[in-house]
Design a protein around this ligand. Structure first.
Ligand code: ISJ
Length: 277
């Protein structure tokens, strides 16, 4: 049986909602993205929607499931920098970073360096918005923590990193990919194929039943149905060639600024014939 990372944030619901309901037998390991990044790297889980950045760190050992991701072309609504100052004035100031993210913290560093020539002092905090803003001049939150913070009508200015990335580069941004260790292709290829099919059919069903997911989100975090409809409209849960190009662009900047040692190749299986030996 495969041990699979389960991320319970609302942005992931279209991939998990029907899968977790219909398959109580799957071995779920609940956690935030950085927990799954670590567990996958340590071999303690077999498959998870990890941070795209973490794939970039381990690309020589990992493969990616086709046609699945968490991506946007522009605004995300849940990758948010709350800041007391305009971005160009953050140089030398203190910026708090959520401990739950790898993709977005590196995206923020890229955006501030490349487009605003800023080098703030970064501190990682396992905290909510008020604690971050008491300690720092800006704070980066992701997922439900970011949504809750934005709904609380904070005084800080809110910068959506997906929107900012798209404005600066014209590229979409892929925040998460489904990754697994490459050796599993040989050891558990059939199980990988099966879970991939389940994920695709679960996602497709969810995209046809978004009213159910929207109602779940209203119950989980409040806000209106319209808010959630608008939120989910931003996302693409596929991994087409345009999204892969956007991801490569992000990796190029990661290499440029030393966040990654080398440019990762995006290895996709079962689709990528090049991988078959
Ligand atoms: C869109 C989001 O993307 C998430 C951001 C991640 C990261 O920054 O490492 C990891 C998984 C994604 O689901 C979100 O959290 O709102």
């Amino acid at each position: 049986m495969l041990r699979i990372g389960h991320n319970q944030n609302t942005n992931m619901l279209p991939m998990f909602y029907f899968l977790s309901q219909g398959n109580p037998d799957l071995d779920w390991v609940i956690g935030q993205p950085t927990t799954h990044n670590k567990l996958l790297a340590e071999g303690k889980i077999d498959l998870a929607p990890i941070s795209a950045f973490s794939y970039g760190e381990h690309w020589r050992d990992y493969a990616i499931l086709p046609d699945l991701s968490v991506s946007t072309k522009g605004r995300v609504g849940s990758i948010l920098l709350f800041t007391k100052y305009p971005l160009k004035e953050l140089d030398g100031r203190k910026v708090a970073l959520t401990s739950h993210s790898a993709t977005s913290v590196n995206l923020l560093k890229i955006i501030l360096k490349e487009f605003y020539h800023c080098m703030p002092e970064y501190v990682i905090m396992d905290a909510g918005l008020s604690e971050m803003m008491a300690e720092a001049d800006a704070g980066l939150l992701i997922a439900d923590q970011a949504i809750q913070a934005s709904l609380s009508k904070p005084e800080a200015q809110i910068i959506d990193l997906g929107e900012e990335w798209f404005r600066q580069t014209g590229c979409p941004m892929t925040f998460s990919v489904w990754a697994y260790p490459k050796y599993l292709i040989h050891e558990k290829g059939e199980e990988i194929r099966n879970i991939h099919e389940l994920l695709i059919s679960g996602r497709n069903k969810a995209l046809n039943h978004m009213d159910e997911i929207v109602n779940t989100c209203v119950q989980m975090l409040g806000a209106t149905s319209d808010f959630w409809v608008d939120y989910f409209n931003q996302f693409s849960y596929t991994l087409d060639s345009e999204l892969q190009r956007g991801l490569s662009r992000y990796f190029e900047y990661c290499v440029k600024y030393g966040q990654l040692e080398e440019q990762p190749e995006i290895l996709i299986w079962p689709e990528d014939l090049g991988l078959r030996e």
